[in-house]
Design a protein around this ligand. Sequence first.
Ligand code: ZN
Length: 199
Amino acid sequence: MSADILSDPNHPHGTTEGLRLGCRTVHCPAPVSCREVHYLYQGDFAFRRAIDAGLTPTEAIEAAKAKATRPETPTRPVKPIQSAPKVRAPRVREPSQYEERLRALHAEGKFDTEIADELGIRRRQVTNIRDSLKLPAHRGIDPEAVRKLHAAGLSDRAIAAALNKERQRPVHRKSIYGVRHRLGLKANRTPATAGVSSS
Ligand SMILES: [Zn+2]
């Protein structure tokens, strides 16, 4: 190969044509030699696509690299098969021995403090168990208010709605059920849409 090609300003160095037209050396003046461009173009599809799209060889190499670092399948390290079996940490949970009795006492409309007294555990424990059972708290509901609204013929849902007009923390229908139950009152079967004034 003659040195003319290397110094020839008209030779398409650093292109796919460069090697075919005679530049086969690492001394190619292009940032990416004709030879490298040729081999990348033949061997790297991402590079080829980038070149065909009009990118310079330097840009095409970057594009091909970026593509290579974004594989289609995640490359998270595969868990070794012989890894020790995961020891499941025991779930910290309140003892279930209280659950059934708590549920029964709650159904009577008792407050957490009262349930705690009956079960001989702390109120905080009662609250935790009650929460885990997804039972609403009865606290803060005035039984006399429930009695009055009940006497007016309201359903639990309507009583809750009536009380919630005055409350910051809304009370659930189920809590009304508990309080009413505790007061020994039977449910009023008024429509769910009944308001206070519709008694
Ligand atoms: Zn060249």
